[in-house]
Every structure is written in C-alpha cells, then in structure tokens.
Design a protein around this ligand. Structure first.
Ligand SMILES: [Zn+2]
Length: 339
C-alpha cells in the first residue's frame, strides 16, 4: 500500500483492512524522515516497501516514534528497528512494557479477560517465543518530552494517557496537524466501526476516564488535521468536527456502556486484576511533569474508592476461586469507573 499525503510532509501508510486496519505515518522535517508507529508484526515489509517508495531506494527514516506499545502500533518495531538500525522512542511510562510481557498494572479489559488467561494456557516455550518477538529491550528509549521528539523539530509529543498509561500524540503546532495514535480515532470501534470522531475501544483501554480527559486535551489543541491510528485521516476542519454534538468524549461515554454484555471469565485472571488507583500510583509516579507545560495535560484526579470491574476481591482470593462464567455489565461498571 503506497503512502498517501495527509498534510504537508505528512504521509499515511494504511495497513490491513476493515476494523483491524492500522495507520502509520511518515513525517519529513528538513531532509530527514521519521516513522510514527509501525503496525502489526506482519506489517514490517509493507512499511519498509512504502517507506522506500516514498523516500527513495536505500533511504530510511532516522527514527521510529511510537504513540504507545500495543501490538497493532508497535508490533513491527523490533523488525524495522533491526532492519534500519534505528532507535525506537516511546513515552518513558510505556518502557516497562518494552520487554513484550503482559504486565498486570498496564492491563486493559481484553488483557485481563482474554489474552492473559489464554497466554497462561500456552506452553512456556511458545509464550517465551511470543514475548521475544515483541521484545524492544535495549531498542526502546524514553522520549524526552521537554526537548521534543527526536528527529522531529517543530513537533511536540503530547501526553495523552488513558488508552495506555504512557500514550502520546504528536502535534505540529504551526499548522495544528495532530497524529493521535489511539487517543482519538475517526472510526468508532465501540460502535461497530461507525465513521465518526471517537475515543479508543473500551476493551483495549487501560483507564477510561483518563482516556476521556485526553480527548478533551486534544480537542483543546484545536487541530486542523487529525491523523489517527485507525480510520480515515481528517485533512481539514478537525477542530470544528471535534466540537460538534458534544464531541467524541460524549460518544465514548455513551458507547462504552453497552458492548459485550456477556464475556467468559477465564481461569487465572488474578494477576490481571489491579485497581486503577494502583495503576496510577505506579505508572504515573514516573510521568515527567514538565512535559505538560503549555499543553494542558489532564491531571489525574484522586479517587481512592475507584476500582476497575472485578477488582473488589483481593488477587489471592480470586486466584483461589474456581473458574466460572460471569456476567459483565459494562453499563454499571463503566459508570462506576467513569464517575
Ligand atoms: Zn490501535
């Protein structure tokens, strides 16, 4: 898939089709290029082919920047970093995940309910192979959000936690081009792929109300162009669309309440159950605060009683409980978490 122009010096490579499609971006500054996000592990060839077609044979970007560490965005990063001999940069809060392991305090509902339990059912060797394939240890470096993203003068990394603890968007302030990763999408994956500005899918989102705060942060930047991780890039008038009808945060609140009425609760989920407060304590404690200067990063409100669904029992008790089916009511759970 050839790269397509989204804005001056910003090109999208669309990878895959339908609801699983991911966008990655090639951005030019002066004479060099940077790749923002990489797609799934299987996308490495498609990305390097598209990059070569745009940059010229033998040319390569000078850095890989990631919005966050999720396999549809960082999956091809190990292969591309090796191929091009490049560093990968991500917000420091994401770094503990660079090893490729599923860490409980970074887990989202899909990790806790499905992926974690399934991984535990795999033979240790297979699990180790999967982890090794996603391992960015030694390759991933923490972004310095004060000096700006490396290789991208004129751009800023905007912390937009919520989908993951260390999610960032990238902003070119002079013409308000915003590469949003999964903090803000133009396809609503909570509403069967409806095309509209929307928050990330709730089931892969680490902390919903923080994700909603980040949508407001991005709306306040009044972007002209929104270049999302999923969905069509919005090449003009994004700010107006963001204000219309209450904006995407409203969609997010509405739609997050109703999907997946019943999910199997699989055995061995105990490790994945942590409170959001625990998450905040461990992950946000290391967030460099100067990065928020002038950007309006959402502050994390103290909500001592706030707990994610299923977190009311201690991990130990849950570990001893027999596996069983459990009705999930996102409507109730969502409200408890969101407000
Ligand atoms: Zn994604």
């Amino acid at each position: 898939m050839p790269a397509e122009r989204v804005a001056e010096d910003v090109y999208v490579i669309r990878l895959g089709r339908g609801l699983m499609a991911t966008n990655v971006y090639l951005v030019r500054t002066d004479e060099s290029w940077v790749l923002i996000d990489t797609g799934w592990r299987r996308d490495a060839d498609a990305v390097s082919d598209a990059a070569e077609a745009l940059l010229g044979a033998g040319a390569r970007p000078i850095a890989i920047l990631l919005t966050h560490l999720h396999p549809d965005h960082s999956g091809a990063a190990p292969a591309l970093a090796r191929r091009w001999d490049l560093p990968v940069h991500v917000h420091p809060v994401e770094l503990p995940q660079a090893e490729g392991k599923l860490l409980p305090r970074y887990a989202n509902p899909l990790d806790r309910r499905i992926l974690g339990p399934l991984l535990r059912l795999l033979p240790a060797k297979t699990r180790a192979r999967l982890v090794a394939a996603g391992d960015l240890t030694g390759t991933a470096h923490g972004l310095d959000t004060i000096t700006g993203p490396p290789g991208l003068p004129g751009w800023e990394a905007v912390p937009t936690p919520g989908h993951t603890p260390g999610h960032v968007a990238y902003l070119r302030r002079h013409d308000r081009v915003l590469i949003t990763g999964d903090a803000l999408l133009t396809v609503d994956l909570n509403a069967f792929g409806r095309r509209r500005l929307a928050g990330p899918p709730w089931y892969t989102t680490w902390h919903r109300s923080t994700a909603e705060d980040s949508i407001r942060t991005l709306a306040a930047l009044q972007p002209e162009v929104v270049a999302p991780g999923h969905g069509e890039p919005l090449t003009s008038g994004a700010a107006t669309r963001l204000q219309a009808g209450g904006g995407p945060a409203r969609h997010t609140l509405t739609t997050w309440r109703v999907r997946f009425r019943v999910l199997p609760r699989l055995p061995g989920t105990a490790d994945g159950i942590v409170t959001a407060a625990d998450n905040r304590g461990s992950a946000f404690a290391t967030t460099p605060t100067p990065s928020s200067e002038g950007i309006g990063v959402p502050s994390v409100r103290p909500e001592p009683s706030l707990r994610l669904p299923g977190s009311s029992r201690s991990a130990q008790t849950t570990a001893q409980a027999r596996p069983r089916w459990r009705v999930l009511l996102p409507a109730r759970a969502g409200r408890r978490v969101v407000r």
